[in-house]
Design a protein around this ligand. Structure first.
Ligand code: BES
Ligand code: ZN
Ligand code: ZN
Length: 472
């Protein structure tokens, strides 16, 4: 783990003058001043002053981004490893626990980097790492939880960033088993032979091109005391590498397809968080983990398989593999676990990236109140969601196959993200409240962005689900 242990210190006094510490003063400045930008570098004791823009429109995300800028400034420019939030910062910030939590979150997210494989130069060895955050306020539950949430998001980023030669389906299953052991969760791992017996032919169809064994990981969390309020299942797409299979992808940026396991990682990291926060919920994470590779044993376009719920699928494009592995996992989740709520996270379609960019993930749901709750959790966490349509029957028609029950492609050039969701809907039992989150555009970033000062995995989904679950 590259993440340093960041200590939170609460007190009313300033301590910025101590060596190794720098203070950031965050102030609301008039609208015409650039939002979140470094506006002025003041000498000690402030260290740096960061403008937050207009006080009326600033939200928690403004504070997260500003905290990210503060951390980068004190680490890179001042070479200090401990950040104090100046008591001279805006009163609105200092008196609002949500804002203080956002500051903590933004700072911890910004301090993350993936450098475990780099031999450090002497200069890098000397480089400051964030080890302390000093807040001029009393401790609060919101701030302490924000620390756990951000640390779990960074934990997720670390696994996302692991390359495909390390993060294989087997490695993910061992990781889940280790988490289960540490936190007292239960963990079941199904390999090829069990998947065959269970009728998980869609997962097997995707995994058959690789020498790595496909797995279905089922991680279950129950509160240690008291009754669970609800049973919620999280399904995460765990394609440890997506080459496209026989429908092979162009080589440009194919390395990014190591991030195709991001949904799986978010689901596992959320279970870790639930354990740390001792959430009063019954949670089940279901992760189908595979590699999508071309080979002599790989599945071919035109193949027909029978999924776990008995429906037949015509595989017209082996690159639309995420929906195949999710089909079996969603059906299994409904039948074996009968959750009150089912949420899947998947880097499912390039079309969703075209529609929403890296600004929001696609939200699809068969239940308007679930969609609303998730949307709100997105706004609060800064991991924004935007609802796209799925429930109109016309969309269902597009995934009907001529030779099987469904096909894994929609109509060429049309509503690609919805086609993915409509396909998945075929594998969710009617009556199950379900949401599908297409995180293809938000799961990683190709350049540093806001509090994600280090490009790569963003841990998208962990902070969103933290908000959503805490309100159940
Ligand atoms: N993993 C990709 C989706 C993806 C693309 C995620 C770009 C992030 C960035 C997925 O398996 C895929 O290849 N989808 C195809 C589906 C198509 C063949 C219907 C796509 O989006 O092109
Ligand atoms: Zn694909
Ligand atoms: Zn994929």
């Amino acid at each position: 783990m590259t993440q340093e242990n960041i200590e939170l210190v609460f007190s009313q006094g300033t301590s910025a003058k101590k060596k190794g510490k720098a203070s950031a003063r965050l102030v609301f400045l008039s609208e015409d001043k650039a939002f979140g930008k470094l506006l002025k570098v003041a000498p000690s004791p402030e260290g740096v002053i960061i403008g937050l823009g207009d006080e009326k429109t600033a939200d928690a995300e403004t504070i997260r981004r500003a905290a990210g800028s503060a951390v980068q400034y004190i680490l890179k420019t001042l070479g200090a490893g401990s950040l104090s939030l100046s008591p001279k910062s805006s009163k609105k910030l200092l008196s609002n626990r949500k804002f203080l939590a956002a500051f903590t979150e933004g700072a911890i997210l910004s301090a993350y980097s993936f450098d475990k494989y780099k031999t450090p130069s002497e200069e890098q060895q000397q480089a400051a790492k964030l080890t302390g955050l000093h807040l001029p306020v009393p401790a609060s539950r919101e701030i302490l939880e924000a620390k756990s949430v951000a640390e779990c998001a960074n934990w997720a980023r670390e696994i996302q960033n692991e390359p495909a030669n390390v993060a294989t389906p087997t490695m993910l299953s061992l990781l889940a088993a280790k988490e289960a052991k540490i936190f007292g969760m239960s963990c079941k791992i199904f390999g090829r032979a069990e998947l065959e017996k269970m009728g998980m032919n869609a997962i097997l169809a995707v995994g058959r091109g690789s020498a790595e064994e496909p797995k279905l990981i089922v991680l279950e969390y129950l509160p240690k005391s008291g009754v669970a309020k609800k049973k919620i299942a999280l399904v995460g797409k765990g394609v440890c590498f997506d080459s496209g299979g026989i429908s092979i992808k162009p080589s440009r940026a194919m390395d990014e397809m190591k991030f195709d396991k991001s949904g799986a990682v978010a689901a596992i990291a959320t279970m870790r968080l639930a354990s740390i926060l001792k959430l009063p919920l019954h949670l089940v994470a279901l992760v189908p983990a595979v590699e999508n590779l071309p080979s002599g044993t790989a599945g071919k376009p035109g193949d027909i398989v029978r999924a776990h719920n008995g429906k037949t699928i015509e595989i017209l494009d082996t690159d639309a593999e995420g929906r195949l592995i999710l089909a079996d996992a969603l059906s299994f989740a409904c039948k074996e676990h009968k959750p009150d709520v089912l949420i899947d996270l998947a880097t499912l379609t390039g079309a969703c990236v075209v529609a929403l960019g890296d600004v929001a993930a696609g939200l699809f749901s068969n239940d308007p109140s679930l969609a609303k709750e998730l949307f709100e959790a997105g706004m609060e966490s800064g991991e924004r969601l935007w609802e796209l349509p799925m429930m109109w029957k016309d969309y269902d028609e597009k995934v009907k196959s001529d030779v099987a029950d469904v096909k894994n492609l929609g109509e060429s050039g049309q509503a690609g993200a919805t086609a993915g969701a409509s396909f998945l809907k075929e594998f969710v039992s009617s009556g199950t409240k379900w949401a599908h989150l297409d995180i293809a555009g938000t799961a990683w970033t190709t350049k540093p962005r806001h509090q994600f000062s280090f490009k790569g995995g963003t841990g998208f989904g962990v902070r969103l689900l933290a908000r959503y679950l805490s309100k159940q």
